[in-house]
Design a protein around this ligand. Structure first.
Ligand code: UD1
Length: 364
């Protein structure tokens, strides 16, 4: 019987990490892939457009779970994945990253005795207040095949007693997607459409609940960004959560700060590659900017991606508006690196290595 992999995706970062692995698995003879979308993200800009842009095929089913509390969302995905697995038995559930859909799918699968493979396993911020950290630890605890992006992730797993053949260092599949998209995008056209110049603007993404759900913290950051916007364009494609919180808190948008809708993946990556500076609280952007050689300031106190600070272009500034202002001014006064740093196994071929690891796991 042909082994079946149930690949579960649900939120924007999942698509980017899973697409290269799903594609490589679909090209592998003797493996059949069922693609299930949980519906955690449902806006076209966060979901359908991404899937299309990545060249991923349409999912076989969508659970339509949508938004809700953590328990509601987790429960919805668990129920849906369980029902799907009962109707369409699989030999392995493939999950990616650290969103609620990831953990919920892993739990549902493991309770049915279905093996779990986790893309981007072993990252740890050690900040238990981040929902993503809970998702990472729980997912890795139940996973049978742990696909790691970097050596530090392998070490984190070992420190938790997770070792052996199930842990495989395959590299960063998100970077596969990044290279592929950059290749096919006319960066000059994107810069022109936004009215910005190469290395002449700052790009922002901020959406973590810990920041945007607190009106005072959010207001203070907006003030810092407005200060930067006095010198060069500041472009802020905002997650729906951020837009809603700005409106709820009645925070006015200062002139010069350009808050826009979430962008198409290709458009966003093109801007990220050409920005003078990126300010973010996202995990993925710390990695992408590192590979692109673009200076990045991470507005958080912890990072689960220390390699981006050690080898890449990322700086952890903490959650302090004055420190952010100072770091941004310093970064803007310093020449950006002439060359992008090289990070081992972040080479555009991680999806293929992950597929080989999965194939070999299934043939054990
Ligand atoms: C989720 C992930 C986060 C990831 C982010 C990337 C968890 C715990 N968090 O956060 O790690 O960085 O995705 O984008 O899984 N909303 C929409 N349209 C959508 C989806 C969400 O408007 O298509 C709004 C809703 O108001 C919703 C809120 O965003 O309540 C939060 O969505 P949710 O999926 O719960 O988490 P994210 O903040 O997107």
């Amino acid at each position: 019987m042909t082994p079946v992999v149930l690949a579960v995706v649900g939120a924007r970062p999942n698509f980017v990490k899973a697409a290269p692995v799903v594609e490589a698995l679909e090209d592998t003879e003797g493996i059949s892939v069922r693609l299930l979308h949980t519906g955690q993200h449902y806006d076209r800009a966060l979901s359908g457009d991404f899937i299309e842009r990545l060249g991923m095929r349409d999912p076989d089913a969508n659970l339509g779970v949508g938004s809700g509390t953590h328990a509601e969302q987790t429960a919805g995905v668990m129920r849906g994945v369980e029902a799907d697995l009962l109707e369409h038995p699989a030999d392995l559930a493939l999950v990616a990253g650290d969103v609620n859909s990831t953990m919920a799918a892993a739990l549902a699968a493991t309770k049915l005795g279905v093996a779990v493979a986790h893309i981007e396993s072993g990252l740890r911020s050690r900040d238990w207040e981040m929902p993503e950290e809970v998702n990472r630890v729980v997912t890795d605890r139940v996973a049978d095949l742990l696909l790691c992006t970097s050596e530090d992730a392998v070490e984190n797993l070992a420190a938790e007693g997770i070792t052996g053949d199930g842990v495989q260092l395959v590299g960063n599949t998100m970077i596969d997607s990044l290279f592929r998209i950059l290749d096919g995008t006319d960066r000059d056209a994107v810069l022109a459409s936004q009215g910005v110049e190469r290395r002449g603007f700052v790009l922002i993404t901020l959406h973590r609940p810990a920041l945007v759900d607190d009106p005072e913290s959010l207001g203070a950051v907006i003030e810092v960004l407005a200060g930067l916007a006095a010198d060069l364009p500041v472009l802020f494609p905002a997650h729906p959560r951020t837009t809603a919180r700005l409106a709820d808190a009645g925070i006015g948008i200062p002139a010069g700060l350009r808050i826009v809708d979430p962008m198409d993946y290709a458009e966003f990556i093109a801007l990220e590659a050409e920005a003078r500076l990126v300010i973010t609280d996202s995990g993925g952007l710390q990695e992408e900017t590192s590979v692109l050689g673009v200076p990045c300031l991470t507005y958080r106190t912890t990072t689960e991606r220390p390699i981006t600070v050690e080898l890449g272009t990322n700086e952890l500034v903490g959650v302090d508006p004055a420190a952010l202002r100072e770091a941004a001014e310093r970064a803007l006064a310093t020449e950006p690196p002439a060359q992008a740093p090289e990070i081992p196994l972040w080479d555009g071929k991680a999806g293929a290595r992950a597929a080989v690891a999965i194939e070999s796991f299934l043939s054990r």
